[in-house]
Design a protein around this ligand. Structure first.
Ligand SMILES: [Zn+2]
Ligand SMILES: [Zn+2]
Length: 255
């Protein structure tokens, strides 16, 4: 299964400038929120009624009028997904769950990390609600069917134990890959964050074995920084690209 024309919006939220992505099927309006970690009111206002300041990147309509012109039904949030459990990615999941009473998906190897969200945020002077508890485990290799949207789950540990990349399957087009902090444009996720189980060798292995075999045109949405593609990173990434040798660097530049 796969959508034909996904509508993707990304919001850069919070002090750590984390990317929250909203994926909608234009035919049914079925919508999934990935990494709803910050600025929940901004996300909700926009998803519900195009209110507020809106996304930082979008390939879709920017108003109710454009929705109607493009014949897209009203958006219906069907699930919340997370790439991993660092607090900048999960801290405001409880606020989103209050507005959208759906299931929240996380890999179980990040369950411990998730319990630390408030404590981790306090190091940045931030207050968070009590951490959400995942409703459903992400399972490596599974195709998750969420309304009309299908995601393949790729477990890619190395930045955190439960880190996953979520591949939106697109029929007759290029897939979209939400990588969290596994891979960045020109960098990789840090492997030294406390309580996370980070390990550069494991991270590089995850990327080499699970991401590089994907179609080079695959759109990549990292948790921080610019968008990129699999082919571009495979060819040029100094940490894990094909010319990076055995990878002498131990860490990337973002949290
Ligand atoms: Zn992270
Ligand atoms: Zn992050």
């Amino acid at each position: 299964m796969g959508v034909i024309e996904p509508w993707v919006e990304t919001f850069v939220v919070g002090v750590l400038q984390m990317r929250c992505s909203i994926v909608t099927d234009r035919v049914t309006g079925d919508t999934v929120i990935i990494d709803g970690g910050g600025e929940p009111d901004r996300i909700i206002d926009w998803v519900d009624e195009f209110g507020g300041i809106g996304p930082d990147w979008s390939n879709g309509p920017r108003s109710q009028e454009e929705m109607e012109m493009q014949k897209i039904p009203e958006r219906k949030v069907v699930a919340l997904l997370n790439t991993h459990a660092h607090f900048d990615h999960t801290g405001h999941i409880p606020d989103l769950l209050e507005r959208y009473p759906v299931k929240w998906y996380l890999h179980p190897a990040d369950t411990f990390l998730q319990t630390l969200a408030q404590i981790s945020a306090q190091r940045y002077g931030l207050q968070l609600p009590p951490p959400a508890v995942a409703d459903v485990d992400l399972v490596d290799g599974e195709i998750l069917e969420l309304g009309a949207l299908g995601f393949e789950i790729l477990h890619t540990p190395g930045h955190s134990l439960g880190g996953c990349c979520l591949r939106l399957l697109v029929d007759g087009g290029v897939d979209h890959l939400f990588v969290g902090d596994t891979l960045f444009a020109g960098s990789v996720g840090r492997t030294d964050i406390p309580n996370s189980g980070g390990d550069f060798t494991v991270l590089a292995h995850s990327i080499h074995t699970r991401l590089w075999p994907l179609d080079p045109e695959t759109f990549v949405y990292p948790g921080h920084g610019p968008l990129t593609t699999i082919g571009h990173e495979k060819a040029t990434n100094p940490f894990v690209g094909v010319d990076s040798g055995s990878g002498v660097y131990g860490r990337g530049k973002y949290a």
